[in-house]
Design a protein around this ligand. Structure first.
Ligand SMILES: N[C@@H](CCC(=O)N[C@@H](CS)C(=O)NCC(=O)O)C(=O)O
Length: 215
C-alpha cells in the first residue's frame, strides 16, 4: 500500500506565526490537488540530529513522499505540483512559466519581504528596506495589473506561493498603492482550499495548547 504524503511541521508555535507556518503551503497544494496527506510533528524545543537530518537549517516544514524526502517549502511545492495538472500545467510553456514564477516568488519577492518584515519588528522610525520592497511591489503590480494569474493564464502553484508571501498582515497594510496586488491576494486566498488549511493549521496549534495544558 502506498503511504500517504506526510507533511512535517512543528508540534507547537507561539501565537504570532500561527496561520503562517510554511507547512500551510504544502497543505494548501495537497488540498487543491486532492492529494491525500497526513501531518506529523517535530518538537520545536528539541531540534535534535533526527530533525537536522531532515532539515539542515533546523526549520520546518519538510515532506515525505514515499522514499523521497524533501525540505524547503518551494522544493516540496514543486514535488507536489508534479502530481497535479491543476498546480503545474503539463504543456512545456505553461510548466516553465509556472516554475519561473514560483522561483520569482521565493527569490525576488520573499527574499525582500521577509527581511523587510524582520527589520520592521524593531519598529524603526523608517524601515531602511522600504525602498527595496516598493521596487519589487511596483514591478509585481505592473504584471498583475494586466492579468489575473502569474503563469499559464490560470491558477497554478506559483499563485499559491505568491499569495502566501503577500498575505502577511504587515505587508497587506502597505499594499494600498498596489490595487492589483491587493485584489490578487484577496482573490487567491479566497479559494476554499486556503480557508480549510488555514483553519486546519490554527486547529493544529490550538490542540497543541490543549495538550500542553493537560500535561
Ligand atoms: N526557506 C525555508 C524557510 C523555512 C522557515 O522559515 N520555517 C520557519 C517556520 S515557517 C521555521 O522553521 N522557523 C523556526 C526557525 O527558523 O528557527 C522554507 O521555505 O521551507
Amino acid at each position: 500500500m502506498t503511504e500517504p504524503l506526510t507533511i512535517w511541521t512543528w508540534d507547537w508555535v507561539p501565537n504570532g506565526p500561527r496561520g503562517h507556518v510554511r507547512d500551510i503551503r504544502l497543505r494548501w497544494a495537497c488540498e487543491e490537488a486532492g492529494l491525500a496527506y497526513v501531518v506529523r510533528t517535530v518538537p520545536i524545543a528539541d531540534r535534535g540530529p533526527d530533525h537536522l537530518s531532515r532539515q539542515p537549517f533546523a526549520q520546518a516544514p519538510f515532506l515525505d513522499d514515499g522514499d523521497i524526502r524533501l525540505f524547503e517549502s518551494g522544493a516540496c511545492l514543486l514535488r507536489l505540483a508534479e502530481k497535479s495538472e491543476l498546480l503545474l500545467p503539463r504543456d512545456t510553456q505553461g510548466r516553465a512559466e509556472t516554475m519561473q514564477w514560483l522561483i520569482a516568488g521565493l527569490n525576488s519577492v520573499e527574499m525582500v519581504t521577509v527581511p523587510w518584515w524582520f527589520v520592521g519588528l524593531k519598529q524603526p522610525p523608517e524601515n531602511p528596506l522600504d525602498g527595496w520592497l516598493a521596487s519589487r511591489l511596483e514591478r509585481l503590480e505592473a504584471v498583475l495589473a494586466t492579468r489575473d494569474h502569474l503563469a499559464a493564464g490560470r491558477f497554478t502553484v506559483a499563485d499559491l506561493l505568491m499569495a502566501d508571501i503577500l498575505r502577511v498582515k504587515k505587508l497587506r497594510e502597505v499594499l494600498g498603492p498596489y490595487p492589483a496586488l491587493q485584489a490578487y491576494t484577496a482573490r487567491i486566498t479566497d479559494r476554499p482550499a486556503f480557508a480549510k488549511v488555514l483553519q486546519d493549521q490554527l486547529d493544529h496549534f490550538a490542540a497543541a495548547d490543549a495538550a500542553r495544558a493537560k500535561a
